[in-house]
Each structure stands twice: as C-alpha cells, then as structure tokens.
Design a protein around this ligand. Structure first.
Ligand code: SF4
Length: 353
C-alpha cells in the first residue's frame, strides 16, 4: 500500500479546499466555542468533544467555563471540583487530564496556552488531534488534524475502502490531511470545515452529496460508493460486568461510598456496590458487603455501555443498623462527583428525580 499522499492535480485540490472553506464560512453551525475562540476555550471544548456529541457538550461547556473562566481558575481547583463540573459528560479521565494540563500551563508556561503542536503535545492528555486542532484553528498554524469525521471525508474523497482502523490507513489519513492543509489558504478554517462537512453532510449513513461543496472532487460520489466507504468499524469486544448497588436510606439520608482512587470512575461517589463478572443473588450480594445489610427488594436492572465494557446495574433496596459511613442528604448531592450511571441508580430507586 502506498502511504505517501500523491497530489496529481494540485490546481483541482486547491479549488476543492477553497470551495470547502467558502462553504464553511456560510454554513458553519453557531457553536459557543466558535463564538469565543481562545487556546483555553479550545482546550476545554476539544476535551469535551472527544467521544461526546456536540448536543451533549453545549450545557456542560457553558457551566464549566462559568465555573473556571480562566486556565488559572482551573489549575487552582481541587480534583473533586473539576469532576463535579464535568458531570454529565462521562469518561472522567478527560477531566483529570484537562486539570493536569491546566496546572502544567500555569506552572511551566506562565498561564499561556502553547501555540505550536510540539509544545502542545507535551501537555497531559493532549494528543496529535487536539494539538493540531488548537494550533491550526486558534492560532492559524499549518497543522493537520484527523478525527472520525475527517477520516470518513478523506476515505470518500479518494474512494479508499480499506478499514479506517488499519495502521496503514491511519498513516495515510494523516499524510493526506497534511498535504491538504498545506494547500489551504486558511489552514484552521479548512480543518474545521473538513470536520463540519463530516458532521453535517458527509455523515456515516445517507450522505447529503447533493448539497456538498466538494462533490465534483469526490471519487466515492463519482463511483456511487459513498454509502460503502469507509467500511463499518469492527466493534470493540466489550467485557460484561455486573454492578450490584444497594440503596440504604435512613432518616432522610442515603448511604454512599467513594470509589477507589484508580480505575473506572476513580474517587467518585456511588451507593455501596458489589462488582462481579456474574449476576449475584441478593444473599450473595449481602455477604459480599463490608457491613451487615438486609436486602428487601430488587428493582429492574439496566445496562450502561462504555467503550470497552457492558455494565449491568442491579439495584437493590436494603436496610442496615450501622451508623458509620457517609450518610448524605440526597437533595444535597449535586456537588458530589458521581457518574451518570450512579445517578441513574439513584433515580431508578426514586431517591432523586
Ligand atoms: Fe461526502 Fe458526498 Fe461530499 Fe463525497 S460528495 S465528500 S460522499 S458528502
């Protein structure tokens, strides 16, 4: 397979980058991080947009920026404050990396967001994509970016039907993105336009080729293969885990516990929970807990998917005589870092709305 991007008709390619740039200027969605473009806002929005849809990021983005208006505010916050402000987005590792990046920026770069990809790549949690996005979109540098949307657009423009996750294809995407951004008059706008095209018109199913500004350059469209390129990704093999959560209430409070400081949802809060690879009976759950509990009721189970895991939550109601532990008023747990899945457990048991 040839990796190096070959540009056999630079004139046509330059026209294509111009058409796409013009289209973006007229049709770009009005998103909050586009209205207020700084290195700091880009760092936050890019961290939030990884693995999360735009519509789910809008409100947390606004809330996060209000809570931490500058990189210095974010660097000075505690981890628990940052995790709480991240609520609703999941994948809390991103919040920890963002927090660590803010500290590095304050301590090593005097609070200024680096402008070039090489320095950006030294920040915790900042990979090639985020570094390229900040360098090009905020600072106008000629840096390529490749995300899932851009992979799809490139595969279709050049009618490449190899699996996008193959290492040769990943190299090819970066190589091609670099060659295009080098030809674009406005690199940042061009990069954003590629992402916007993938998000709005060149969608995985039923791409809207009739409205596409680069239709005349698109080989997949010419050969009527847009729907088949790129081929669907092989889904990750998911590990199945059973989480047996116990809801114990007493005098208007509920018993909670903090998760371990490493692993999934580290240091976040949850009702006492027994995790296992198989579904346990209520008796097995009771004897697995570190305190004596009488299980009274089992509520309907629900499933929560993460990238690599399928978690089945079994929600139990129980009672206990113990007094020690973290007894919290359920009306005052909004400021506790707690995953969406555990808030769903509390809702399933009608502890919160
Ligand atoms: Fe995507 Fe269709 Fe445009 Fe090709 S013509 S880039 S397949 S929307």
């Amino acid at each position: 397979m040839t990796i190096k991007a070959k540009n056999t008709d630079p004139g046509n390619t330059v026209r294509m980058t111009e058409n796409l740039t013009q289209w973006f200027k007229q049709h770009a969605r009005n998103l909050p991080w586009r209205r207020q473009r700084t290195g700091y806002t880009a760092l936050i929005s890019e961290a939030m947009l990884q693995q999360t849809q735009v519509s789910r990021v809008l409100e947390p983005y606004r809330r996060f920026l209000k809570r931490f208006p500058t990189v210095r505010h974010l660097a000075a916050a505690s981890e628990q404050e940052v995790l709480t402000a991240w609520a609703g987005l999941g994948y809390y590792r991103r919040a920890r990396f963002l927090h660590a990046a803010a500290k590095t920026i304050v301590n090593e770069y005097r609070g200024r967001i680096p402008r070039d990809t090489r320095t950006l790549l030294r920040l915790p949690g900042v990979g090639k994509y985020t570094a390229g996005a900040i360098a090009s979109i905020v600072y106008g540098q000629r840096a390529p970016i490749v995300d899932g949307n851009i992979q799809r657009v490139l595969a279709r423009l050049y009618n490449r039907s190899d699996a996008p996750e193959k290492s040769e294809m990943i190299k090819w995407f970066w190589c091609e993105a670099e060659s295009l951004v080098n030809l674009a008059a406005e690199p940042g706008i061009f990069n954003e336009a590629m992402m916007e095209l993938g998000a709005t018109l060149c969608t995985p199913r039923q791409p809207n080729c009739a409205a596409c500004p680069v239709q005349s350059s698109c080989l997949a469209h010419r050969w009527d293969r847009a729907e088949f390129v790129p081929p669907p990704r092989q889904g990750p093999l998911r590990i199945v885990e059973h989480h047996h959560a116990i809801i114990v209430e007493r005098k208007g409070t509920i018993l909670l516990e903090k998760r371990p400081s490493d692993g999934m949802w580290s240091s976040m809060w949850q009702p006492p929970t027994v995790e296992s690879s198989t579904h346990l009976s209520p008796e097995e759950v009771a004897v697995s807990l570190p305190f004596k509990v009488h299980i009274q009721k089992v509520l309907p189970a629900f499933t929560h998917q993460t990238t690599h895991r399928r978690l089945i939550f079994h929600v139990h109601r129980g009672s206990t005589r113990i007094r020690r532990g973290e007894w919290r008023n359920p009306n005052r747990i909004d400021d506790l870092p707690m995953s969406n899945a555990h808030r769903k457990v509390l809702r399933a048991a009608r502890v919160i709305d």
